[in-house]
Structures are given as C-alpha cells and as structure tokens.
Write a protein that binds this ligand. Structure first.
Ligand code: SAH
Ligand code: ZN
Ligand code: ZN
Ligand code: ZN
Ligand code: ZN
Length: 461
C-alpha cells in the first residue's frame, strides 16, 4: 500500500512503499529498478485526484521536494527511449559537483599551508580559494584571513541552505549540540555516525584535533557537498538519506562500513536530524539499511540487536516514527536551533521547540539536564520536562509539548490544555476547529498530507 508523504503539497501526492520497488542503489544480484536523477535513484510516488481510487504512479527526485531544485519526472509505466536514457545519463553526469571530493581534499591541504593573509573564502561560490583563483572571484564577496578555528567550524563559515523544501539546514544551538555530545560520551559511545548533523560532527572533529586523549570519532553523511572542502573521505561521505545513496559509490560505502565496524569495544551510535518535510517512510527505509550495514559488520555480539540511534525530529511525527521503529521512544528534551526563528529559545522567555530525540536506547539512560527543569519520573522510568505531570489515569507522563496536559474522561486520554471535548466530533479538539467540515485535505485542520485520523490538531488519532 501507499503511505502518505505528508508533503503538504496541493492535491494528494504520496510515497509508495519506499525500499520496495522504489529507490536504493543496486543491491547485489538485483538490477536497479528505479530511474535515476542527479540525486540517485528516484522514489515512486502516487498522484491521486479526488474521486479517483487508484492514482497514477510516477518517479520523482528523492531529495528535492521542490521541482525547481530537481525536476525529474517519469511515469512508472512510461517507455523511455534509448536516446532519452543516454541524454539523461549525460545530464546526471554534468550535474555532479565540478570538483571531486579527492580534489577538494588536495585543495584543502594546500589551503592550510597558506599564511593567514592569503586564506580567502568566496561567499558567493561558497568555496575556499587558492591564490591563483582570486582573479576569477574579484567581484565576489570574500572573507579574508580564514583562521584555523574557522576551518574547524565550516557550518559557521558556510551559509545555511534554508530552502525549506530541499535542504532545510537548521543548525543546533550550541547548548543542544553540547548536550548531545555529552550524552553520547556519558553513554560510552566513541563513534558517531552523523547523518545530516554537520554541527555535531564538527564539534567532535574540533575536540579531537585539540584534545590529545579525546577518543570520539565522527563520520558525516550529508547531501551538502560543500563539506567535502573541509573533510577527508574518511570523515565525510556525500550521501542522500532519502534513498540511501552514496554519491561516490562503493568506495564510500566501504568507508561507512569500516566506520561501523566495532573494534576493541568501540561503540557506535547513529545521530540524525533530517529535514522535517516528511517522507518519514523513505528516511526509515534508509536508516534500516544503515542499521543493516552495522549489523553485518558486527562481530558476534548477540546482545545488541539494533544499532543505537538518536533520530531528531518534531514530536508530532511520533506515531509515524514508531510505525517503522516500534522499539523507539520519544524523549522530552527540546532540541534548540540557531537559525530557526520558531524553534529557538529567546534570551528571555523560552520558546518551546517541538523537536525531540527518538531513540532505541533505554529511556532511563537518557539523562536530561536538571538545570533546565527536567526531572526523573520514577514510575515512567524516564526524564520528563518540568511541566509534564504524571497522569494517574493514563499512568504515564503524557505531555508531548512540555506544557501540562489534562485528562479527558470521554477520550480516555490526556489532551493539550487548550483543547476541549467536542460532542459532534466525539473527541477533543481545538475549540475553533471546523466540525466534520468536508475539506480537500484533512477534515479537521484542512491541511493536505494527512487524514483526520492522524491530524496533529486532534486527540483521537
Ligand atoms: N541540526 C543539524 C543540521 C540539521 S539540518 C546540525 O546542526 O548539525 C538537515 C541536514 O540534513 C543538513 O545538514 C542538510 O544538508 C542535510 N540534508 C538535507 N537533505 C538531505 C538528504 N537528502 N540527504 C542527506 N542529507 C540531507
Ligand atoms: Zn511519569
Ligand atoms: Zn491522562
Ligand atoms: Zn475528549
Ligand atoms: Zn467538532
């Protein structure tokens, strides 16, 4: 069956069972079924218009929600001529970065040999410049005197790609990044597979370069190729997390596999903070394949069944994530960001962030900072936010957003404090909701991408 992609696009576009026919590079013994765009194998979606029962299936880019970024499109049953296939291959080749990762590593080696006064970064081209290239960039905005510290924090040097639909780079606030790293270290992990977490990666890398006995290592997997200017091929892989595609092919695969191999008690954890645009199913399918890579490399440790993981995502995706990873639980910790107006905590008065950590580790091991108001609930055996009251009837700390929720006896569960029970809809909802009103998308909130049964503004889901 097809699951909703929750893309919020007009009409209904859904992802069709990712990992089945769709996406993924060739597996041994199996020819690739999906056509490819410059971002690797495309994903299979289905378009349904109202009244139609079965929609028509088509392939589209896995990475770019916005057609402007990649307009790949092909009906599933479309016959593509040899000429068009050849043209497509050529197009895909020509749309790869102009320099290879290896070349970028060479450039970096030369760059760090330069005296400070000759170290320049072009803000327009987002690249480190070597002196013989200055001429070509003379009309561009340049940053000069690039220090070693700056080179160690590329996420500060590069501008965040804020294109909501495609890259959506929201960088951790220092406090949250530090918290994550402390947590990882306290839990005894020494290897971090950083999937779409460049800031966590750079925090680890920069510690490793400063502190001699620092043992934690990180491998960054990210689609943002700009990072290849700052990291070697053992530190960064150009990777698409929506179709588990390594752009550099088998060599990069092997780098990742090698990193996941647990030797001498080196324990690995994967941390990921994907764009929130939806496609949970595609992400889950990729993460399962990363977990499988870990399991394959693991040498006879029957106790650990799953690669430990932190999946950082908004709380309203909880049920979607649990669908694919039933062993996960959501932690109350609110992850803060630097460049996200909505999610960041102001200087005064905390703004609540909806972003949480989902993990397959035992909840009670995830110690949350008491200074920030988190406390341990002895009954739930996990840390909860200060406003999260243990409900005697539900027998759990039920708040998802940090505010104190209230129990509804009719719904038989706790609901947001601002909601009230609606007798028309037979459940609790925002007082201003439109009762049973037929809408193109969801009954309740009118938005496309989900149905009433999974509406985030309704309690009876
Ligand atoms: N909070 C994190 C950044 C999260 S933003 C931090 O501070 O480290 C999402 C990240 O995922 C970005 O780094 C972005 O480049 C990356 N990304 C976006 N789409 C991707 C894709 N299809 N495959 C892999 N990485 C992707
Ligand atoms: Zn509790
Ligand atoms: Zn309750
Ligand atoms: Zn109710
Ligand atoms: Zn109602």
């Amino acid at each position: 069956g097809c699951a909703m992609a929750g893309s919020g696009a007009a009409g209904a576009e859904a992802l069709c069972g990712a990992g089945a026919g769709a996406g993924g590079p060739a597996r041994p013994g199996r020819p690739p079924t999906a056509p490819a765009c410059p971002h690797g194998p495309a994903l299979l979606f289905v378009k349904t218009s109202q009244g139609e029962e079965e929609g028509r299936r088509f392939y589209a880019c896995s990475a770019c929600r916005d057609r402007k970024d990649c307009n790949f499109f092909q009906w599933e049953d479309e016959k593509v001529s040899e000429t068009r296939l050849a043209a497509r291959e050529e197009y895909n080749r020509s749309h790869q970065p102009s320099r290879t990762h290896r070349q970028n590593v060479e450039r970096y080696k030369n760059f760090i040999l330069l005296p400070l006064a000759k170290r320049r970064f072009c803000q327009e081209c987002q690249q480190l410049l070597l002196p013989d290239e200055w001429g070509k960039h003379s009309n561009h905005q340049l940053l000069c005197d690039i220090s070693t510290a700056q080179l160690q924090s590329p996420s500060q040097l590069l501008y965040p790609l804020e294109n909501k639909k495609t890259n959506a780079q929201y960088l951790f606030a220092d406090r949250s990044c530090q918290f994550l790293l402390d947590l990882i270290t306290d839990l005894g992990f020494t290897r971090v597979l950083s999937v779409g977490t460049p800031r966590l990666h750079e925090m680890i890398q920069s510690k490793a370069s400063k502190e001699e006995d620092y043992r934690v290592r990180s491998l960054l997997l990210d689609i943002d190729f700009r990072y290849s200017q700052f990291y070697t091929e053992d530190e960064f892989c150009h990777y698409n997390m929506f179709n588990h595609y390594f752009f550099a092919g088998e060599a990069a695969h092997e780098t990742c596999r090698k990193f996941l191999r647990q030797e001498d008690g080196e324990r690995v954890i994967m941390v990921t903070d994907p764009p929130f645009g939806g496609l949970v199913e595609a992400l889950a399918s990729s993460f399962k394949r990363l977990m499988a890579m870990w399991k394959d490399t693991e040498e006879g440790d029957p106790v650990s069944q799953e690669m430990p993981m932190f999946w950082i995502f908004p709380y309203f995706f909880e049920s979607r994530i649990l669908e694919f990873f039933p062993s996960f639980s959501m932690m109350d910790y609110q992850v803060d960001y630097d460049n996200h107006a909505l999610y960041k905590h102001g200087k005064t008065g905390r703004r609540q962030s909806p972003v949480r950590i989902f993990t397959n580790l035992t909840p009670r091991m995830i110690v949350l900072p008491v200074e920030e108001g988190y406390r341990f609930c002895a009954i739930c055996q996990r840390y909860v936010s200060s406003g999260n009251q243990h409900c005697e009837i539900c027998n759990s700390c039920t708040s998802k957003d940090g505010r104190r929720w209230k129990h509804c006896f009719l719904c038989k569960k706790c609901v947001k404090p601002s909601w009230s029970h609606c007798n028309n809809c037979n459940c609790c909802a925002v007082p201003t909701h439109a009762c049973e009103k037929a809408a193109a998308g969801c009954f309740v909130c009118g938005q496309a991408g989900h149905k009433r049964s999974t509406c985030p503004s309704l309690s009876c889901s």
